[in-house]
Design a protein around this ligand. Sequence first.
Ligand SMILES: [Zn+2]
Length: 452
Amino acid sequence: MSENHRIWIKSPLFVFAPDHPQPVTGLVINNQIIETLLVNNEQPEVSCDSVFDATGLVILPGLINTHHHFYQTLTRAWAPVVNEPLFPWLKTLYPVWARLTPEALHLATQVAMAELLLSGCTTAADHHYLFPQGLDDAIDVQADVVRQLGMRAMLTRGSMSLGEKDGGLPPQQTVQTGETIIRDSERLIARYHERGAGAQIQIALAPCSPFSVTREIMQESAHLAEREDVRLHTHLAETLDEEDFCLQTFGLRTVDYLDSVGWLSNRTWLAHGIHFNAEEIARLGAAGTGICHCPVSNMRLASGICPTLDLIEAGAPIGLGVDGSASNDASNMMYEARQALYLQRLKYGAGDITPELVLRWATEGSARVLGRNDIGRIAAGKQADLAMFSLDDIRFSGSHDPLAALILCGAERADHVMVGGQWRVTDGQINGLDMPDLLARHRLAARQLIAG
Ligand SMILES: [Zn+2]
């Protein structure tokens, strides 16, 4: 690439830049950055090295997934847990997951990220909390895949430290000591965490949930995050079983527990965030704690409905997440945005939950949840992370509004995806990835994991 490589994205059907004063009719990308938004079908004033004909394409900011468990692509639609709610679902799956190997995790991460990328996702957060013996380098395995696919990722160093014998939910062989967790967290931050605009890999600290970690590891993670200036992530208020667990074990409701371990802050984002009362919503909003809404997982496990608009009104950022593939079972951000629209309409009515709103959650909202302001919007100076969709498929035939069509007709696959000015998906295919070979190896690993 030359010093100043400029691409003119010419004549798109529609560009999702809702805060721009005029409809956007073209873009100029300069290396990894969006340099100019063109209007009134004008041509760029600068000379461009190449022209990309975007005729017929709807362009969104690259979608941002704020919660996943990539390894779970190996246990999708597994019969014993198809009809279980969270706690029995977890208890049945833990012994299977405890057999995870580095090779299987590598394949699972490739499949999850590739599936996300094909849906138009350019940045993904993963919550990896399984470190059985032999899998000490799980996050390193994931970082390799992120670089191979050229996406951005927030890799969270998850942890479980409260095993069955101490009153927790996970089996003893899947938990680690606090010392091991903190030492590895420090190593990963030093090795991988990039700061500032354009970061490809970031690390956050992510004790798994109130019922699988000790108070001490929550507190120590908060201290380390403060010291290293990295973010904190966990599952919270997903089910009423969890609320009961917190009341019985800590004598506290979930948000009181969060507060008691030093986590009620804008450094934290929470997966699910369903079972909050009005006072808790006000406290989360005042703290600026981010919430990742996971509509499909919440419907599949019958967990409940996140009070998104109440949280936003209180001041909490809202993003979207597909959650792990054992409870979704797709890794598709367009599908997730569509389900967010329908689920939230059941709670708040049709008028307040619009296609524009759920796409904002999937982009700029998710960026805020991850603490980033360089991605998630199509605006001058932002990273050139773009997802482009044609409306040629039968599902769009006869549609009128292009943005509404993406959500209501159910767009699920991007035609072209750019991350930091680099094309990663062309004509619906991931550049440089042998998909049939990957899927053959992934399917085999999934069968082996179940077989034991
Ligand atoms: Zn989760």
